[in-house]
Design a protein. Structure first.
Length: 150
């Protein structure tokens, strides 16, 4: 059986740092959510992209210190997607913003599980947000694929 996050903290100091990280991350996710709603309304808002990116980058980086692998995977995928926007490789749209907002919800749930000592909620990590990969947030084509008869 997998140990809870609280049990995986090595000592009281680490447990306190974990609690602070969780509280700060949940607070920052709220701000990232606001930035993503703004991005949904104004896709060219560079400040919103940067704000959300910083949140996911920070969460991803710190997760390694606490062995929060599920949270790290989800935040890394979200960070990568926003990195593509920052580089001009992808243009944000409503679908992307909605996907990222679902990711904020998943991360919030995962952090809630961590606070409760219930573990990382691995089932949540395998939820639809895990589709966030390079190119995977594009809407599927509505055209049916037809094979040509020769």
């Amino acid at each position: 059986m997998k140990a809870s996050l609280a049990e995986s903290a090595r000592d009281d100091a680490n447990l306190e740092l974990l609690r602070e990280f969780i509280a700060e991350s949940v607070d920052n996710l709220s701000g990232a959510g606001t930035a993503l709603v703004n991005l949904e309304k104004r896709p060219d808002d560079r400040g919103s992209v940067d704000a959300a990116f910083r949140t996911f980058h920070s969460i991803k980086g710190t997760c390694g210190c606490f062995d929060l692998n599920g949270i790290q995977v989800v935040s890394h995928r979200m960070e990568t997607l926003l990195s593509e926007v920052k580089k001009g490789e992808r243009h944000p749209d409503t679908h992307m913003a909605s996907t990222l907002l679902r990711g904020v919800d998943v991360l919030t749930t995962l952090f809630g599980s961590a606070v409760d000592g219930a573990g990382q909620g691995e089932a949540e990590v395998r939820s639809p947000i895990c589709r966030i990969r390079c190119g995977s947030t594009r809407r599927p084509s509505t055209r049916s694929s037809r094979t040509r008869e020769s």
